[in-house]
Ligand binder design. Structure first.
Ligand code: F6P
Length: 557
């Protein structure tokens, strides 16, 4: 047994769960009408209502004991201090330095990182102003109108999600949107080809975004984009300096690619890929919404950092969300957690959080080198409301699995239009209410009786109309989705993931689980090429993989 499952706090929660598993949320609300007031917290423009969870005061006390026992506060301070908490890669975890607004030094390996963080931000500001004002000219003398970010994973998902979320901030003072951003991530040539069809290359800036500058997909796409640019520019290699910039920790590789070092925006190995939207990786965001708005996004995150460091655990948003997640994952056996933003602008939030959460906490080895004997990171998924209601909500309401979820909604629409926003919010609140209260058999029967159905039919139909309820939800609301509130929201989830990683005793900052597939793909690539030339090469794999290779060779043309 692991030290976690043997611990007093864990065992107290286990015992408490045998009671909690019998609770009905609607009864908890009837018995204790003050729970909505008690189980809410607010910070950085975000209001969290967590009263529709299967909790009572004792539950929260026990979850706080679990966090105390796991040493969450000490671990948090170690992260902010720049300790090498990513011990497998021997790295500090300091994405918080990228948005730090104070004046203290932040040390990594004994060096204050803040001067270089600020220098890169200043370089980004100047570059953004030049590109957005039209002062930056392409090879043929035309200003830039299209920005194509080439990156994958953390070098794509954050910028995609954030530029989508902050579209209303992309217009300049005259209401014009000068810069259009595109994102190429997939190595499937279709992704790049379709975007190349949309842009005018002499007005396009390619951003090659890669922490390592070795990622197969990104480098393949970057080389093809450069080829397309050179073709359009009559083969003049000097065009690259006007149309390519790089966002990376690997400046030698950027130079080797042929990108002018003046167009290289650096970040550092203490920034994890999935935590890098605050770094130079945020350049497409800054180009799209302007540097001032990007800076407001950083300030929102900094406000959440301060809240996370200073708020007591009972008011601490990341700690509340994290401990509730552990409650469902480890004690109720929930396997997934839904993310349902009631805001079309947040339509990529779930995809972003999939990497943030699942690449961080999808781990089975503890920090002390044992295999865990408890579930760790859940499957994260979701779609914006109200679309999800017409697709998968059926399973959440009446399926056999317990699914916890976050409903996220701004109270103000960026596009007021008739009744739309009221309808959207009514649906959001109705869903969490329905998931919580459910509908009993007696209620279902009464409804059918009112419709005048014969008694026999009522008896046979009513069971299908029962909602068990007690499906737990968090509701995170804000007055408006702004750069600041989005920054706070993203940092909230980052810290939630951190706290869960500490409780589960995993290293949330490496991603070794992505390596095996990459290694095998590299080996297969060589074999596939060889087999295209010589059909008689010996097959070295398992029978299934060998058969797929043969199918590929036979059908590839
Ligand atoms: O394959 C996973 C991963 O390493 C992610 O962690 C990372 O965000 C992504 O690939 C892209 O890496 P890079 O920015 O180095 O190209």
């Amino acid at each position: 047994m692991s030290s976690l499952t043997l611990s007093p706090a864990w065992n107290a929660l286990k015992k408490h769960h045998s009671d909690a598993s019998q609770w009905k949320l609607r009864e908890l609300f009837t018995e204790d009408s003050a729970r909505a007031d008690r189980y809410q917290a607010e910070a950085c423009g975000l209001h969290l209502d967590y009263s529709k969870n299967l909790i009572q005061d004792q539950t929260l006390g026990l979850l706080r004991s679990l966090m105390a026992q796991a040493g969450v506060e000490a671990a948090r301070d170690a992260m902010f201090r720049g300790d090498k908490i990513n011990f497998t890669e021997k790295r500090a975890v300091l994405h918080t330095a990228l948005r730090y607004q104070g004046s203290d030094p932040i040390l990594a390996d004994g060096e204050d990182v803040m001067p270089k963080v600020r220098a890169v931000l200043e370089k980004m500001r100047v570059f953004c102003d030049r590109v957005r004002s039209g002062a930056w000219k392409g090879h043929t003398g035309k200003p830039i109108r299209h920005v194509v970010n080439i990156g994958i994973g953390g070098s794509d998902l954050g910028p995609v999600m954030i530029t989508e979320a902050l579209r209303p901030y992309a217009n300049d003072a005259s209401g014009e949107r000068r810069i259009v951003v595109y994102f190429v991530s997939n190595v499937d040539g279709t992704h790049l080809a379709e975007i190349l069809r949309e842009v005018e290359l002499d007005q396009t800036l390619f951003l090659v975004a890669s922490k390592t500058f070795t990622t197969q997909e990104t480098m393949t796409n970057a080389h093809s984009a450069r080829k397309a640019l050179l073709q359009a520019m009559g083969g003049d290699a000097s065009a690259v300096a006007k149309h390519f910039a790089a966002l990376s920790t690997n400046i030698p590789a950027v130079k080797a690619f042929g990108i002018d070092p003046d167009n290289a925006f650096e970040f550092w190995d203490w920034v994890g890929g999935r935590y890098s939207c605050w770094s130079a990786i945020g350049l497409p965001i800054a180009l799209f919404i302007g540097f001032e708005n990007f800076h407001a996004f950083l300030r929102g995150a900094y406000a959440m950092d301060t809240h996370f460091r200073e708020a007591p655990s009972e008011k601490n948003l990341p700690m509340i969300l994290a401990s509730l997640g552990v409650w469902y994952t480890d004690f109720f056996g929930a396997e997934t957690h839904g993310i349902f933003p009631y805001d079309q602008y947040l339509h990529r939030l779930a995809a972003y959080l999939q990497q943030a959460d699942m690449e961080s906490n999808g781990k089975f080895m503890t920090r002390s080198g044992e295999r865990v004997d408890y579930p760790t990171g859940p499957i994260i998924w979701g779609e914006p409301g109200t679309n999800g209601q017409h697709s998968f909500y059926q399973l959440i309401h009446q399926g056999t699995r317990l699914i916890s979820s976050d409903f996220i909604a701004p109270m103000q629409s960026q596009n007021p239009m008739g009744d739309h926003h009221r309808i959207l919010m009514a649906n959001c609140f109705a869903q969490t209410e329905a998931l919580m209260v459910g509908k009993t058999l007696a209620e279902a029967e009464a409804e059918l009786r009112q419709q005048g159905l014969p008694e026999a039919e009522i008896k046979s139909l009513a069971p299908y109309k029962v909602f068990e309820g007690s499906r737990p939800t968090n509701t995170i609301v804000m007055s408006k989705l702004t750069p600041e509130t989005l920054g706070a929201l993203v940092a909230l989830y980052e810290h939630k993931i951190f706290v869960q990683g500490v409780i589960w005793d995993v290293n949330s900052y490496d991603q070794m689980g992505v390596e095996l597939g990459k290694q095998l793909a590299k080996a297969l690539l060589g074999e596939m090429e060889a087999g295209e030339k010589d059909a008689s090469i010996p097959l070295k794999h398992d029978a299934s993989t060998n058969a797929l290779l043969q199918y590929y060779w036979k059908n590839r043309k």
